[in-house]
Design a protein around this ligand. Structure first.
Ligand code: C2E
Ligand code: MG
Ligand code: MG
Ligand code: MG
Length: 283
């Protein structure tokens, strides 16, 4: 091959990089506009209590429909919002909206809200949570904040202090996507979690006899012994559910029960899974 080929390939990558950067910049502009206009929606996915056999709460999941691109995944725009310093106002909107919508549901239902690492470390978090609860009248005990292991990589003392302050208000803390982060097991001794959500990657191949089954079994036993509520994410099949029940898992969440749905569909889900007595008062 001639020397020229390499340069051509390089130019090709350069052009592709430019395209990607350009696309990112455009998305950034649109995201700023969307945050300013609060042009988002929350969808809700049920969390199913395996011992009581009913929906015990919902996780709020952020949705953005881009004016020309259509739906953009939060996996794409949440990290972008973090990078460009928009996660605090965006996360504040999520908290307010989730608390407001949940305050109209039957009083026994919990609401789980994802808190990103930058939002967690922001000085406003605690006052934002307090205000969202006060404004909406939602009982603090019904609010659960989901954080990932990434949060724990930063300053330990500060992290513990924030977790304790949130818990002192009555809100619960869940460790999300457990098993995918970089932290060590030692943090389980020093951090106060109420719940551990086992990442869907461990649940996915639970049905075949491989390492995942033993890991899930061990993690459920570990978390349960530490006093945490154990939740399995990404439950899609009856086989997975049966395995999780047998291992003593407390809660399950996944497409088997429902995909995340707009708030208007919550009453229908409650009627389907919890019976007629447990219907949302308003949509
Ligand atoms: P997550 O908090 O772990 O949320 C669970 C994700 O798994 C959701 O994806 C949900 O739709 C998906 N899921 C649920 N059940 C199943 C299943 O049975 N099979 C499969 N394959 N997937 C399932 P989604 O809504 O795309 O959100 C992705 C991630 O984006 C979330 O992961 C969370 O990290 C982040 N995110 C979403 N909303 C927010 C938010 O309001 N704030 C922040 N900071 N992050 C958010
Ligand atoms: Mg979550
Ligand atoms: Mg998760
Ligand atoms: Mg996840």
């Amino acid at each position: 091959k001639s020397k020229g080929d390499g340069r051509g390939v390089f130019r090709f990558f350069e052009a592709e990089m430019d395209d990607r950067l350009q696309a990112r910049r455009l998305l950034e502009i649109d995201l700023r506009a969307a945050v300013a206009a609060q042009a988002f929606e929350l969808h809700y996915q049920p969390i199913y209590d395996l011992s009581r056999d009913r929906i015990s709460g919902f996780e709020a999941l952020l949705r953005w429909t881009h004016p020309t691109r259509g739906p953009v995944s939060p996996v794409e725009f949440v990290p972008l919002a973090e990078e460009i310093g928009l996660i605090v106002p965006l996360g504040e909107w999520v908290l307010r909206q989730a608390c407001a919508e949940a305050s109209r549901w039957p009083g026994n239902l919990k609401i789980a809200v994802n808190v990103s690492p930058a939002q967690f470390r922001s000085a406003q978090l605690i006052s934002t949570v307090r205000e969202a609860l006060a404004e909406t009248g939602l009982a603090a005990q019904r609010l659960e904040l989901e954080i990932t292991e990434t949060v724990l990589l930063a300053n330990r003392g500060a992290t513990v202090a924030i977790l304790h302050a949130l818990r002192a208000m009555g809100t619960r803390i869940a460790m999300d996507d457990f098993g995918t982060g970089y932290s060590s097991l030692s943090y389980l001794r020093s951090f106060p979690f109420d719940k551990m959500k086992i990442d869907q990657s461990f649940i996915r191949d639970l049905t075949v006899e491989n390492g995942s089954g033993f890991i899930v079994q061990a993690v459920i036993s570990l978390g349960t012994n530490l006093g945490m509520t154990m939740t399995a994410e990404g439950v899609e099949t009856e086989d997975q559910l049966a395995r999780l029940r047998a291992e003593g898992c407390d809660e399950a969440q996944g497409y088997l029960f429902s995909r995340p749905v707009p708030v208007s569909q919550i009453a229908g889900l409650l009627e389907k899974w919890n019976g007629a007595g447990d219907v949302a008062q308003a949509a």
